[in-house]
Design a protein around this ligand. Structure first.
Ligand code: OGA
Ligand code: NI
Length: 326
């Protein structure tokens, strides 16, 4: 697990995020450093219940699936998929193992985290020795989950690539092999209206596949200046187009801008599988998407450098390096 530094609010760098904090349940009100400035608080924007596209990946009409994927990636940058081929059992087991993980005492979690030489509490590697070995079935379940999700991401990128008319394999050839999972945990919060689980951002990925609990809502997508709640549907994954894919297609598809809010009753856990390019892959648009009308913007770097920059500066990378206004 890795905690992305999405805390990039320029006017108050002291604001902390609720996600992954272990101690919040001890408070009867929100500690000051978690309080967001007025303009980013969730109570200051209307949450609209528009519907996020739902795409059935199990259908037989390939052209229809491709069209739907393309449209959703262009208009929303985020959608849900059903009949995706991953079993309900594995989805439940994965959520449960991460819930169990977060329920362990802080001391135990620290031990699990220090297995990684960077001490960063993350799964970045195929070397399972660095993965937590508690809960008991962690490696087995998370290992299977990462394999299946890698295949699902591959399939989605292949279909999207076909729809975009990009040279075969251009996009999914860039996929890195190391699984990157962020298991988010948002404790119940005394006053969800003044804080956020994660502030708005685009993911620094090609594509992100998110597994959320069926009973607890919390994810929002920004579209046309309004927030839309991404209501959980049974057996579905949320698929989020990442900023990297937006760059590689020169804006033909857009990265979904999203955030997570908390609630006062229940904790929420989500499992976020980020499909990153391989570290040395150069992040630049495919030639098909570059012409006089849509020239390339910014300067290009390999993914390793891109990610380091993102972790430090968050969404500022969009403006500073790629001249995209968030
Ligand atoms: C993320 C993210 C949303 C959620 O981890 O990048 O956007 O619902 N998480 O946990
Ligand atoms: Ni995200």
């Amino acid at each position: 697990m890795e905690t992305l530094n999405n805390n990039n609010n320029s006017d108050n760098s002291e604001i902390k995020l609720l996600a992954n904090r272990l101690d919040i349940h001890r408070y009867s009100e929100v500690p000051k450093y978690y309080v967001q400035p007025q303009e980013s608080r969730p109570d200051k924007v209307m949450v609209k219940n528009d519907s996020i596209p739902i795409i059935n990946l199990g259908g037989h009409d390939r052209a229809h699936i491709i069209n739907q994927l393309l449209k959703a990636s262009q208009e929303y940058g985020l959608f849900q998929v059903i009949n995706h081929g991953v079993s309900k059992k594995l989805m439940d087991e994965t959520l449960n193992v991460f819930k169990e993980f977060h329920a362990m005492p802080a001391e135990e979690k620290k031990i699990q985290c220090s297995k990684d030489p960077d001490g960063k509490f993350k799964i970045y590697t195929k070397n399972m020795n660095y993965w937590p070995d508690k809960p008991h079935k962690y490696r087995e379940i998370v290992g299977e989950y990462t394999r299946e999700l890698h295949a699902l991401a591959h399939k989605i990128l292949e279909l999207l690539g076909e729809g975009l008319g990009v040279a075969p394999k251009y996009i999914y050839n860039k996929m890195g092999e190391d699984p990157t999972i962020v298991a988010q945990h948002y404790p119940a919060c005394p006053d969800p209206s003044v804080t956020l689980g994660i502030p708005k951002h685009r993911d620094p990925s090609l594509v992100t596949i998110l597994l959320q609990e069926e009973q607890v809502q919390g994810l929002h997508l920004e579209k046309d200046g309004q927030w839309i709640a991404v209501d959980p549907i049974p057996n579905a994954f949320v698929v989020n187009i990442g900023f990297i894919l937006q760059l590689m297609t020169n804006g033909k598809v857009v990265g979904g801008i999203h955030r997570a809010v908390t609630n006062s009753k229940t904790a929420r856990t989500s499992v976020v599988y980020l499909i990153y390019p391989s570290p040395k892959a150069i992040i630049k648009p495919a030639e098909e998407f570059v012409n006089e009308k849509t020239p390339t913007l910014g300067k290009f770097m390999n993914f390793e450098d891109f990610h380091a920059y993102y972790v430090k500066n968050g969404m500022k990378i969009e403006e500073e390096y790629f001249k995209i206004k968030p």
